[in-house]
Design a protein around this ligand. Structure first.
Ligand code: MN
Length: 490
C-alpha cells in the first residue's frame, strides 16, 4: 500500500480578529485528532491550517496537487470564508475534493448563545458560500453533511477516501495485455487514448511469447514456495499436482512481468496461448486474490476496473472480482442470474475455502486440463459494474444486486459460481442493463458501494448510470436520451 493522507482545509477570513481565528484553529486541530482517533477513517486526515486569503489557499492547493501522499482535500468553513479568495486555488485543484458541511457544536446552546457565539459558529452560512463557488465553477466535488462526531458521517468520509484512492489508482493504472482481444468482440474494444487522457490508464501489449520465455525461467524452488501458499489457502481436490505446478509457473512468470512494468492489471485470451499448455486459471485467480485486476478475452477495461475496485476496498484489496453473466434461471420461483467464467473467478468472492480442481476445458488451445479454484460465492448485497466506450465518451453502468447462496448444487459445473438477483427484478434488470449497453463482463463487488462508484465517475468526469430497485425501463430510456445530449455538449 502506498502512503496516503487527506488534507483538511478550514476556511475563514481575517475579519474576526485573532481570538476567533485562534479558536477556529484549535477546534479544527481537535476535530482532526478526534476523527483520526475514531478508527473509522481508513487514511490519516491532516489539518493543513485555517485559510484566510487567496494567497494561502492557492499555496496549499498547489502543494496538494504536487504532494504524492495527498490523495484528496476535505474542506469546511467554521466561519464565513468569502469565496472569491478560493477561485484561484480551486481552479488549479487536481485532487479529489470533498466538502464536509458540519459544525463544531452539535446543538444550539440555549443559554449561552449570543452574538459572540454567532460570529464564531457560522458554518451554516459559511458552508453555503463555499458550496456556491464550487457550483459556480463547475468543480466536481462530494458534499457530506452531518455532525463530525457521528459514526455515519465518519463512515461516509471513509468511503469517500477509499473512492479517492480509486481515483489515484486509476491515474497510475498500467494494464498489460498478453495478446489482443478475442476476435470480433465489440464490447471489449475501446479508445485507449481516451481512457489514458480521462482515467490515466496506460494500456499496452506484450507478446505471449515473452510470457512463455519468462515461464521457462521460473525455478522449481519458486514453484515450491507458491505451492505452499496454495496449500495453505485452498483445499487440493485433484491428483494432477503437475497441473497445479504449471499454474504456479504461469502465475510467477506473469507476476514478474507485471511487477517489472508496474502493471496492476492484465488480460489474456484463450485464443492466444501459443506455447502454453493451459489457460491460466488458478494462476489468474490467485493473482486477483493478491489485488491484481484481470479481464478475460482481452477485456482491458474490466481488468483495470477490477484492480481499481479492489483498491477501493478494505486494505486496498477488497472483495471485488472479475465476473461474467453466464446464464439465467427463469423459473417463476426464485428467478436469478448465474455468474461464472471459464476459470477466472476471484476467491475474494468465495463463501468458503476454495478447492483446487482440474477439468477438461474444450475452448481455447489447452493441451492439458487446467487447474482452477472452484467455490460458491457469498450471499449478501453487492453491485455489478461495467465500463463501456460509447464513442466520444465512457459510460459506467452500476446495478444493485443481491447475491444468494446458489439454489442448485450444479455438481458438474467445474468452475466457481455466484448467483444473484439483480435490481429491480430479474427481467426488468436484464432489460435495463441491455438498454444501457452494459457488457457481459463486470466487476462484482461486495464492499464497494454504488455511491462510491457514482463519486468515482464524478471524479473521473465520466457518465454514470445506476440501476436500482426504483429503476424502470421507460425512466432509464429517458435518462439515457438526455445523457446523450448532455455529453455532446461537454
Ligand atoms: Mn468472458
Amino acid at each position: 500500500m502506498a502512503k496516503r493522507e487527506f488534507w483538511f482545509l478550514v476556511g475563514s477570513q481575517c475579519l474576526y480578529g485573532d481570538d476567533v481565528l485562534r479558536t477556529v484553529d484549535a477546534r479544527a486541530a481537535e476535530m482532526t485528532a478526534a476523527m483520526n482517533a475514531g478508527g473509522l477513517l481508513p487514511y490519516r486526515l491532516i489539518y493543513k491550517g485555517t485559510a484566510k486569503s487567496d494567497a494561502e489557499i492557492t499555496a496549499v492547493i498547489r502543494e496538494a496537487n504536487y504532494d504524492e501522499t495527498c490523495t484528496g482535500i476535505i474542506t469546511w468553513c467554521h466561519t464565513f470564508s468569502p469565496s472569491k479568495m478560493w477561485i484561484g486555488g480551486l481552479r488549479l485543484l487536481q485532487k479529489p475534493y470533498c466538502h464536509l458541511a458540519t459544525q463544531y457544536n452539535r446543538e444550539i446552546p440555549n443559554d449561552e448563545i449570543d452574538m459572540d457565539f454567532m460570529n464564531l459558529n457560522q458554518a451554516a452560512h459559511g458552508d453555503r458560500e463555499h458550496g456556491f463557488i464550487a457550483a459556480r465553477l463547475r468543480i466536481p466535488r462530494k458534499v457530506i453533511a452531518g455532525y463530525w462526531q457521528d459514526e455515519a458521517v465518519q463512515r461516509r468520509l471513509g468511503d469517500w477516501m477509499r473512492t479517492a484512492v480509486g481515483a489515484a489508482v486509476s491515474r497510475s493504472m498500467k494494464v498489460m495485455r498478453f495478446g489482443d482481444n478475442m476476435r470480433e468482440v465489440a464490447v471489449t474494444e475501446g479508445d485507449k487514448i481516451e481512457v489514458q487522457a480521462k482515467l490515466g490508464w496506460q494500456v499496452n501489449t506484450w507478446a505471449v511469447g515473452d510470457l512463455v520465455k519468462e515461464m521457462h525461467a521460473v525455478t522449481e524452488t519458486e514453484i515450491n514456495a507458491l505451492m505452499a501458499d496454495y496449500t495453505a489457502a485452498y483445499d487440493i481436490a485433484t491428483d494432477s499436482i503437475d497441473a497445479i505446478r504449471y499454474q504456479a509457473r504461469e502465475e510467477l512468470a506473469m507476476k514478474k512481468m507485471l511487477d517489472r512494468e508496474g502493471c496492476r492489471a492484465y488480460t489474456n485470451t484463450f485464443q492466444d496461448l501459443y506455447g502454453m499448455e493451459q489457460l491460466p486459471g488458478l494462476a489468474s485467480q490467485h493473482l486477483m486474490a493478491l489485488g491484481y485486476g484481470y479481464g478475460g478475452e482481452g477485456d482491458w477495461k474490466v481488468a483495470a476496473m477490477t484492480a481499481i475496485m479492489k483498491a477501493m476496498g478494505k486494505d486496498e484489496n477488497g472483495a471485488s472480482g472479475f465476473m461474467e453473466d453466464y446464464t439465467y434461471h427463469l423459473a417463476e420461483e426464485n428467478p436469478c442470474s448465474l455468474g461464472a467464467h471459464m476459470l477466472e473467478v476471484c476467491p475474494s468472492l468465495a463463501a468458503d475455502k476454495p478447492r483446487i480442481e482440474t477439468h477438461h476445458l474444450g475452448i481455447g488451445m489447452n493441451e492439458k486440463d487446467p487447474a482452477r479454484l472452484v467455490f460458491e460465492g457469498k450471499a449478501g448485497d453487492a453491485i455489478v459494474v461495467s465500463l463501456i466506450d460509447m464513442g466520444g465518451r465512457l459510460r459506467l453502468i452500476c446495478q444493485d444486486v443481491q447475491c444468494i447462496k446458489p439454489i442448485l448444487p450444479m455438481p458438474n459445473l467445474p468452475v466457481a459460481r455466484v448467483m444473484w438477483k439483480p435490481a429491480p427484478d430479474l427481467l426488468t434488470g436484464i432489460e435495463c442493463w441491455i438498454t444501457a449497453g452494459g457488457a457481459h463482463h463486470t466487476v462484482l463487488s461486495y464492499d464497494v458501494t454504488a455511491e462510491q462508484m457514482k463519486d468515482w465517475a464524478n471524479m473521473m468526469g465520466i457518465e454514470f448510470v445506476h440501476i436500482t430497485a426504483d429503476t424502470t425501463v421507460d425512466g432509464l430510456e429517458e435518462k439515457l436520451m438526455v445523457a446523450d445530449l448532455v455529453w455532446k455538449l461537454k
